[in-house]
Ligand binder design. Structure first.
Ligand SMILES: [Zn+2]
Length: 341
């Protein structure tokens, strides 16, 4: 057999598959969530030959040739069965260099290992804004998965201008922004929200504030509620003292990067990992559970809860300001027409 072209398409058994030869006329390929069963001696023989020919991954033509030679079936029959195996997600199509990385193994497992995935991964450009010294491991984890990430570290207590200027510059080539562990009510987070909306580039927020971890909102400029909409909704339940504290907090932190709120260090890492999963998800343009809402995790509670966030009418960040309405008593005079008198 000739050497395989390094970029050529090959077919492989989907990761996680377990093969059970039940009898001479029944063969099962089983996954955690479903099972494909092949019956009749001819079909099971042919499927067994195809699986043997795959040998960890091989070009489709050579699989068909090898399996047809081993069984004596027509290549058309083998080709049909390869289609059946692909259609039932027992096999997937990839290329030689896609094999072996954990992310691609997972994508193949969930049935999303097509050429489009490679293109989406190659085109994704994340900008990650996060507190200096509190990396949470997100940037490193994404870089290990071959996601391009520009990290902007904001030093708590120092001027917010340098990281915000760096963000404006980085947005030129970004497809998505992640803003991690910056207090949601801070002027710094508000400005990240504003810059992303103005550019416009989608932005995902995530944070740990005490015993509460949040992933989202994912803000699609012009389409979904923004971070200020969320702050407004949360504050609508607040009393006078909390509102005063909120305003004082904003004034005090107007020009500086605020420190993250205290939280359990391992809880921060756990929520950071979930934030990283969601950031990769939106960077790959996959459906998101955080657009128009956020997922909340509470330390000590089981499970997570999704909260929808509706856009706030007149939100100064995400609603274009409407023109002033005409006064009710405006009068328009009919023009005088010559010769009508
Ligand atoms: Zn808004």
């Amino acid at each position: 057999m000739s050497d395989v072209d390094p970029g050529a398409e090959i077919i492989r058994l989907r990761p996680g598959a377990a093969i059970y030869e039940i009898s001479t006329d029944e063969l099962q390929i089983s996954f955690p969530n479903y099972t494909a069963t092949f019956t009749s001696p001819d079909v099971t023989n042919a499927v067994r030959a195809i699986l043997a020919a795959l040998d960890g991954g091989a070009p489709r033509a050579s699989v068909i040739e090898t399996a047809a030679a081993a069984t004596g079936f027509s290549p058309d029959v083998i080709d049909y069965l390869v289609d059946s195996l692909l259609g039932s997600n027992c096999l997937y199509v990839g290329s030689e260099e896609q094999i072996g990385t954990p992310l691609r193994e997972f994508q193949a497992y969930i049935g999303d290992a097509d050429a489009d995935f490679e293109e989406r991964l190659a085109n994704a450009r994340c900008v990650l804004v996060q507190p200096a010294g509190d990396r949470g491991g997100i940037a490193e984890a994404l870089a290990e998965l071959e996601v391009k990430v520009d990290v902007i570290e904001a030093t708590p207590g120092e001027s917010s201008s340098p990281p915000l200027d760096a963000l404006r510059e980085a947005l030129a080539s970004a497809t998505v922004v992640g803003c991690w562990n910056v207090p949601y009510r801070s002027p710094f987070a508000r400005t990240v929200n504003e810059i992303a909306i103005q550019h416009p580039v989608p932005v995902l927020f995530g944070t740990c504030e005490g015993i509460v971890g949040r992933v989202g909102p994912f803000v699609l400029p012009g389409n979904t509620a923004c971070l200020e909409c969320l702050n407004d909704r949360l504050l609508s339940l607040a009393g006078g003292p909390e509102l005063r504290a909120y305003r004082a907090y904003r004034l005090r932190n107007e020009e500086i990067v605020p420190p993250p709120w205290p939280s359990h260090p391992l809880f921060v890492r756990a929520v950071a990992a979930l934030f990283g999963v969601e950031l990769l998800n939106v960077a790959l343009r996959r459906p998101s559970v955080t657009s128009g809402g956020f997922v909340e995790y509470r330390l000590g509670d089981a499970g997570a809860e999704r909260h929808p966030v509706l856009r706030v009418p007149g939100c100064p960040m995400c609603r274009p300001q409407s023109s002033k309405r005409l006064a009710w008593d405006v009068r328009f005079q009919a023009p005088a027409v010559k010769g009508s008198a």
